[in-house]
Design a protein around this ligand. Structure first.
Ligand code: ATP
Length: 370
């Protein structure tokens, strides 16, 4: 499933040069983005980056200042929220406290004037879908947080929207329930064949659930890619730093050519990194490498003149599944290297203050041109 790799595939949702201003503040800035039918798409970014505003414009609660939003082939300008084939589930769930679960789910259907029999059928389908059949006559305050979340989900799916918009859908749940619910949402999205657009500031949540992620900053999309691409090949310093743990080195290009760049980094060693576009010698660049791609050893690696540096073990953090080593390089910079405990000897002889070498492969990190 990767319609975005097919240039002839038509997007189901298209934002075309969309800008949203509140007074003289630009919340969404000339943003273009395609989302495909049956995609589980995540908008990820820090608070205030404009992700909720983007979702609200898609739902029709806000109008773009300029630009176009096309949904299933139709320009949505002038279409009110209730006439759009989308439904939105809010973080607060917005359940009616005085109504039973059943009535909460039926609310929108009733407003639409659905016949009673059909409504009863639809509500019981929805209750079954979210596994709440035995809770039909309870009120929201007689439910757990996870159950309330499922009622909200059932209610937003009851009208059978083509697109479900979820604004921080799991924000109110504790960690364990959140993880379980992530998988439930994925199953539901798959089995119903819907397009889901979720807003989150939680990168793990986006990585777990989404087919693709748009990383946003200051009203713009910085990178759109699959979770693996975002993690393995961040296109910028911002994305490298925002997603996961990373070591970033600054430096200058010493030589380039043959699909690789040699960087003299500020920490006093040479980095050779594979790169498709090679900036000229002297350019200021960065180099990003994930902790798990960095090796720590007591002996110097075979070729210590490149992609290797000497330091001392500054900190060792045992995290159960893995151990994180903080190594203080001779320049004073502290870098992180991690390894899975299952892949190492139990009686690891590493101790604090020990002299060690860090080293890594040529294709283990990425060149940052910004
Ligand atoms: P959060 O995760 O905190 O909800 P977000 O990325 O979803 O953040 P938005 O809610 O889209 O961010 O808001 C983007 C920016 O636009 C914020 O700086 C916010 O203060 C501003 N903003 C949003 N709605 C309005 C409004 N109605 N009037 C003025 N400014 C607004």
């Amino acid at each position: 499933f990767a319609p975005w790799t097919d240039p002839s595939a038509k997007p189901f949702i298209a934002f075309k040069n969309v800008t949203k201003r509140f007074g003289d503040f630009t919340a969404v800035d000339d943003l273009s983005l395609n989302i495909y039918h049956r995609e589980f798409f995540a908008l990820l970014g820090a608070s205030g980056c404009g992700k909720s505003t983007l979702l609200r414009m898609l739902a029709g609660f806000e109008q773009p200042t300029s630009g176009e939003i096309v949904l299933d082939g139709t320009d949505m300008a002038g279409t009110p929220p209730y006439k759009r084939p989308v439904n939105m589930m809010f973080q607060s769930y917005a359940l009616f406290p005085h109504m039973t679960v059943e009535k909460n789910i039926a609310f929108g259907l009733k407003q639409d004037g659905m016949a009673k029999d059909e409504m009863t059928d639809r509500v019981s389908q929805m209750l079954k879908l979210v596994k709440l059949e035995q809770f039909a006559s309870r009120k929201p305050n007689q439910l757990s947080g996870g159950q309330r979340q499922r009622v909200a989900l059932a209610r937003s799916l009851a009208k059978r929207p083509k697109v479900l918009l979820l604004d921080e859908p799991l924000g109110a749940l504790d960690k364990k329930l959140r993880e379980e619910t992530q998988f439930e949402l994925m199953d539901l999205q798959q089995s119903l064949g819907l397009t889901f657009v979720v807003v989150t500031h939680d990168q793990e949540e986006a990585m777990t659930m989404a087919d693709r992620i748009a990383v946003m900053s200051q009203g713009k999309v910085v990178q759109v890619a699959t979770p693996a691409e975002i993690y393995e090949a961040p296109n910028s310093r911002f994305v490298a730093d925002f997603i996961g743990d990373v070591n970033i080195f600054d430096g200058k290009v010493a030589a380039s050519g043959n699909g690789a760049v040699e960087i003299s980094v500020d920490s006093g060693f040479s980095v050779r990194v594979a790169a498709s576009e090679t900036p000229p010698a002297g350019s200021a660049v960065g180099f990003a490498i994930r902790p798990e791609k960095m090796r720590v050893g007591r002996a110097a690696p075979a070729n210590a003149s490149v992609n290797a540096a000497r330091g001392e073990l500054w900190d060792i953090a045992y995290l159960g599944d893995m151990t994180v080593f903080h190594v203080k390089l001779q320049s004073g910079k502290i870098v992180k290297a991690s390894s899975l405990n299952a892949q190492r000897a139990v009686d690891d002889p590493f101790t604090y203050d020990q002299e060690v070498w860090i080293s890594f492969d040529e294709n283990a990190g990425v060149l940052l041109k910004d």
